[in-house]
Design a protein around this ligand. Structure first.
Ligand SMILES: [Zn+2]
Length: 170
């Protein structure tokens, strides 16, 4: 039963990782597989979200402001790296239950992604920390990405992905 559940979680996770920008997709899949391998039996990393559309961001931003519920984000559409498929969120499944404890196992996952060039939301400067969040901005900031987003020819044809270069590799 547990094994079956983990297989399904892994398939969900990989489906989501495959929605990441092509430049960071394989490093993210490699990091995820490392994290699965390095976490103990009964603990399993689960990718909850990668790409988020502008419409989904608008909806999330409205929550707790103009719509019912609690405020869950400070990013409007276009201000989140999820909008450019450059970010992902994860949680740990511990004996099949979601756990957001930032413990040693959590940090195993974080380290696997950092080793592949990702920045962790727990390292964000200032008071706002986003512990489930990992991103690789490829050296861009959201204002630059949002500007690129306005021009249709900046997209890889037939996809929601911008044509980007890794600004961090010379
Ligand atoms: Zn996130």
């Amino acid at each position: 039963m547990m094994q079956f559940q983990h297989r399904k979680m892994e398939m969900d996770s990989l489906t989501r990782l495959n929605q990441l920008h092509p430049l960071i997709r394989q490093p993210a899949i490699d990091a995820y597989n490392e994290a699965v391998k390095n976490t103990p039996i009964g603990v399993h990393p689960y990718i909850t979200e990668t790409y988020r559309s502008f419409a989904e961001s608008d909806k999330l931003y409205a929550q707790g402001r103009t719509e019912p519920g609690e405020i869950v984000t400070n990013s409007k559409a276009g201000q989140s790296y999820h909008n450019y498929a450059l970010a992902l969120d994860f949680v740990l499944l511990v004996d099949g239950k979601e756990s957001w404890n930032v413990d040693d196992n959590w940090m195993i996952v974080v380290k696997c992604f950092k080793d592949k060039g990702f920045t962790w939301g727990g390292d964000f400067a200032g008071s706002f920390k986003d512990y489930p969040h990992l991103e690789n901005k490829l050296g861009y900031n959201w204002r630059q990405l949002l500007a690129l987003y306005q021009v249709p020819s900046n997209f890889i044809a037939g996809t929601q992905f911008l044509k980007l270069n890794d600004q961090n590799t010379p």
